[in-house]
Design a protein around this ligand. Sequence first.
Ligand SMILES: NC(=O)CCC(=O)C(=O)O
Length: 265
Amino acid sequence: MSTPLRIALVQMNIVAGNPDANFAKMEARLKEAAASSPKPDLIVLPEMWNTGYALTEIQVLADPDGRRTKEVISDFCRKHGISVLAGSIAQLRAEGVTNTVHVFDRTGAEVSEYSKIHLFQLMNEHLHLESGDKLGTFDLEGIPAAVMICYDIRFPELARKLALDGAQILFVPAEWPHPRLHHWRTLLQARAIENQMYVVSCNTVGDSGGSSFFGHSMVIDPWGEVLAEAEEEETILVAEIDLGLVNEVRGRIPVFADRRPKIYE
Ligand SMILES: NC(=O)CCC(=O)C(=O)O
């Protein structure tokens, strides 16, 4: 068995349109997670936690170049010796606003940045946000990992590409509402089973903009077993994962060795 990785998921209610309130809550939750014993190796935040889906005001609310986020979270990581996958934020850039994840290691160094590739039309993202065009693979202190954001999980070809590129854990920050709980649970489990990887998904809770976000953050192992699942209220969900299981499952059913890409790619 390899060294287990302890992960804490901050399932929080986001106040749409109020970055100051969301920063205050996020910092309190990070401190709470860091104070738990044993302390987590990594903390994961949900999608668009700085602004929520206040899309009509997003140009004003978004974090310019992610500066505030980077400063606060990098400082937290350095002080506590914990890595943070900083969910996603609305980030203001020269070309517009993106829905972007920043990942920091336990020294506070930024190891990755990923912007949501597939914009979700049902929540008007395509009208207010720019899409990313780079893959979300990264290395977190020797662990090959990747990130996709919320709606991205409906694209199995993206998850497969990330797995083929070596990812053993797929992180999914989300802001996913009712009535699609069965899609959420099924798609996350499918991505874990078909790619024989861990899936770690962090959703939000609460009502805003006519949507009701149901939580159910999940940690799923490479065999598709749900190791931990939250309910519908604010919580910090903690799970320990053993990366040795990835190769064990891939050895038991050799999906990657059995692929016939010349026929279908
Ligand atoms: N924030 C999102 O991308 C929501 C995706 C979603 O709800 C879906 O059904 O897909």
